[in-house]
Design a protein around this ligand. Sequence first.
Ligand SMILES: [Zn+2]
Length: 291
Amino acid sequence: MGRLVPATEMLKKALEGKYAIGHFNINNLEWTKAILTEAQELNTAVILGVSEGAGKYMCGFKTVTNMVECMMDELNITVPVALHLDHGTYEGCLKCIDAGFSSIMFDGSHFPIDENIEKTKELVRLAHEHGMSIEAEVGAIGGEEDGVVGKGECADPDECKRIADLGVDFLAAGIGNIHGVYPENWQGLSFDTLAAIKEKIGDLPLVLHGGTGIPEDMIKKAISLGVSKINVNTECQLAFAKATREYIEAGKDHEKKGFDPRKLLKPGTEAIMETVKTKCEMFGSIGSAAK
Ligand SMILES: [Zn+2]
C-alpha cells in the first residue's frame, strides 16, 4: 500500500513533453474507480482532486486516502497517482498532511498577498518535510469554489513570482478562467497574462483550473505556454448526471433488477471514464506514463 506519489515529477515531465496531466475531482467510490481505471487504461499519470467539501462527504480525508490506496492495490494501478487537496484552507492542508495525501493546494488567493505569502511559505515547509507537493494560487479563479462565487480574475505576474519563489511545486494563476460552466459572454483565456506570468516564473508548471468547456484550441495554446496541470470537475459531474438521467428516463431501473445500485450507477461511471479519455486526449497525456 501507499504508492501515491507527489505531483512534482509527473508535472515536470509534462512541462518538458508539452502536454498536461488531468486533475479530476473525486466524489465517491464510483468516481475514484472510474478515473483510476481509465488512467491505467490510457497509461497516463493522474491527479485525484479532493475538495474539502468532498472530503467531508466521503467521511474525512483519512477515509479517502485508504479508499484510494486500497483501490490502487486491488485494481493493480501502476501509473503514477497523486492524491491532491483541491482549494485547501490552511487547516484543511494540515489535515491532509496528517491523512497521508501526497499533494496539497493551499488557496490563499482571497487573502491580501502578504498574508497569502506568509501562509503559503509555512505550508511549503510542512508539505516538503512530508515529501508532498504543494500548489498555491494567485488571483482568484472565478465561478463557484465550494460556495464562494467570484469573477475570473487575471493574476498579477509580480505576485505570481513572489509566490513561486517560496518553493511551491506548481502554481494556479487566474487568467480569466472560471469554475463551472462558462457563460455565453465569456471573454476567453488571457494569453497575454499567461505569457507574462510564464516569463516571470520560468520553469514552474502552471495549473489551469476550470477546465470544463474551455475550447480545445485554447487548451492547446495554454499547454504550449506552460500549463501542465488542468483541473476538470464539472464536466465529469454533468456526464454522470446525464447518463444516469437517460438510464432512468428509459425506464431501465424498472427492467429486471435495474434498480440495483451497481446497475443504476454503471452508465454514469462509464460516462466519467469517457470524459477522462476525451480530456486526456485533448491534454496529450495518453501513453505518457510509459515514457
Ligand atoms: Zn479550482
